[in-house]
Design a protein around this ligand. Structure first.
Ligand code: ZN
Length: 216
């Protein structure tokens, strides 16, 4: 990885972590939901893909919902597709309190982690248009993937890259400062008498004599 990419990842991690932290606090009063919907399909098929992000009540949830419907005729499919296309795009709403299911089952559930990855297949289903007229479809396949995690976990996980970056930056700064002062970069031992190598930890100085010249 190049340094530029590392810096970029660390910055994104910091921004996302801070945003999730802000949503966590805001979530004590209000939950936020963002839906991103896409429609597709051709012939006698219609597709709808929904990405859902919810934050509030101490939890963060992400879901991907995909419906694939096969109709008996291309006309029926076209009718439903035109309805679906009207509902595409990004919608944002602020809903009341908590998100995700509650109730403990496993250890993970008790800690606030939930998720599912399911596919259901239904034959002979009815699909309704916006005008509530009924269209009979041959088959509907729904793929559902979702995960709900506690806000603290979302903030902590997204903060990991920036925490690593900050720790690395702090260590480098300390090494630079020690080198400028003529101290061992590793243990901080005074190297002015022995500029080549640290008598304390054995680290060979890469900048011998810098300290003996005085500070810059
Ligand atoms: Zn040393």
């Amino acid at each position: 990885m190049t340094l530029r990419l590392i810096n970029f990842v660390a910055l994104i991690s910091l921004v996302v972590s801070l945003a999730l932290g802000a949503l966590w606090v805001r979530g004590f009063w209000v939950s936020d939901e963002v839906l991103w919907t896409r429609a597709g399909g051709s012939g006698s098929e219609a597709d709808e893909l929904v990405w859902q992000f919810v934050a509030g009540g101490g939890q963060v949830g992400l879901a991907r919902i995909h419906h694939h419907v096969t109709f008996r005729s291309p006309d029926d499919a076209a009718l439903i597709r035109s309805d679906l296309e009207r509902h595409t795009g990004v919608r944002r709403s602020s809903v009341a309190p908590a998100v995700g299911p509650r109730g403990a089952e496993s250890v993970w559930n008790r800690l606030g982690f939930y998720g599912a990855w399911t596919t259901s297949r239904t034959r002979g289903v009815a699909v309704f248009t916006d005008g509530r007229s009924r269209v009979n479809a041959a088959e509907k396949v729904t793929t559902l993937r979702w995960a709900v995690v506690p806000s603290w976990a979302a903030v902590a996980l997204t903060f990991v890259p920036s925490a690593w970056w900050l720790q690395r930056a702090w260590r480098r700064r300390r090494e630079r400062r020690r080198a400028n002062l003529g101290l061992c970069t590793r243990c901080g031992y005074d190297l002015r008498a022995t500029p080549g190598q640290c008598p304390e930890c054995g680290t060979v100085s890469t900048r011998p004599g810098l300290g003996t010249m005085g500070s810059t």
